[in-house]
Design a binder for this molecule. Structure first.
Ligand SMILES: [Mg+2]
Length: 247
């Protein structure tokens, strides 16, 4: 039996911070993940909305897989995948980026994250009264964007814009299970905290264990862990159990 451990990054392995660039994994926590990855029967994949290169800079676990841009980019041992639709949509995303920069110019606290094939507009640093204005401007701009080509989702104080293609964290998980030769009896575990993780919870509903960080309300996950600390407690127990069984 193999254990495939899928983790979201922000809000699951690291606390959500005011500036995404400042998110950092503590040394002990990284060590715990590395120890899990050292077990031959364990494979780790980090699945995030972040740009692949940024994700790899933030968390470096030898032998692991990294899924960036909500699944549009996947990298790992002998693995380099970019979804063709992501390549195709680049010019459109360049245009949207310029419109967002222009439209939201002057609003303090806005962070526009250019991830190549996808874009994120973070407003967690915007002062309360200004948030409604950000949303109004964003929705106004979005009216002119081709609905047939892009998909907009709203997460925790962030708008995410992605190419419109049936491809998400769930599809990336499906791709990885196939790529890694997942077999009946293997145990995939997915831990995530945000709306974009729901696609993965759905894909793994009958195949593995799905865990939401935070309240289970409105989630497709089977179980929940209270917070990030509880995630690491769970991983410590898992490490002990798997090591004992040498699974
Ligand atoms: Mg998250």
């Amino acid at each position: 039996m193999r254990c495939l451990l899928f983790f979201d990054f922000d809000g699951t392995l690291t606390p959500i911070v005011a500036r995404p660039s400042l998110a950092k994994l503590g040394k002990d926590k990284l060590e715990l993940l590395k120890n899990l990855a050292k077990i031959p029967a364990v494979t780790i994949a980090i699945i995030s909305g972040r740009k692949l290169t940024t994700l790899k800079e933030k968390i470096n676990i030898p032998g692991s897989y990294y899924v960036g841009n909500h699944g549009f980019e996947i990298s790992g041992p002998k693995t380099n995948f970019v979804h063709p639709k992501a390549k195709e949509a680049k010019p459109l995303f360049k245009k949207i980026l310029l419109e967002l920069k222009k439209g939201l110019r002057g609003i303090k606290g806005i962070i526009i994250e250019d991830k190549g094939a996808t874009l994120s507009l973070h407003y967690r640093c915007v002062e309360g009264p200004k948030v409604a204005e950000v949303k109004r401007i964003f929705n106004k701009l979005a009216e002119s964007w081709p609905k047939s080509k892009i998909k907009i989702t709203e997460g925790k104080k962030v708008f995410e814009i992605r190419p419109k293609v049936k491809w998400d964290k769930g599809e990336a998980v499906r791709w990885l299970l196939k790529h890694l030769g997942f077999q009946k009896g293997d145990c995939p575990i997915y831990i995530g905290d945000d709306t974009t993780d729901e696609d993965a919870f759905k894909v793994l509903a009958s195949k593995g264990v799905t865990i939401k960080v935070g309240p289970l309300k409105n989630s497709l996950a089977q179980k929940s862990l209270k917070d990030i600390e509880a995630v690491y407690k769970f991983l410590e127990t898992l490490l002990l159990e798997i090591s004992a069984k040498s699974c």
